[in-house]
Design a binder for this molecule. Structure first.
Ligand SMILES: [Zn+2]
Length: 78
């Protein structure tokens, strides 16, 4: 029951996909950086650093899900 593509393969990139992908990359970087800080932070800063890493992780997951949902709904590859 899949809708076969209507032959309009103009290889134009999906702009929303690009935006979501860019956001995912940015959120991934923030998450990775936050995780690195966790390794070297002082004991008394740990909770705060951990909270920052955790919210960065959630943002990363949201961005990843947003991109995945977009791909499913829109059937675009990039
Ligand atoms: Zn798209």
């Amino acid at each position: 029951m899949s809708e076969i593509s209507k032959g309009t393969e103009r290889s134009t990139k999906c702009q929303e996909h690009q935006i979501l992908h860019g956001r995912l990359r940015a959120d991934t970087k923030v998450y990775v950086d936050a995780t690195r800080r966790l390794e070297s932070c002082k004991q008394e800063d740990f909770e705060e650093t951990y909270e920052a890493a955790e919210s960065a992780r959630l943002a990363f997951l949201r961005a990843r899900k947003a991109l995945a949902l977009h791909v499913v709904a829109h059937k675009c590859e990039r």
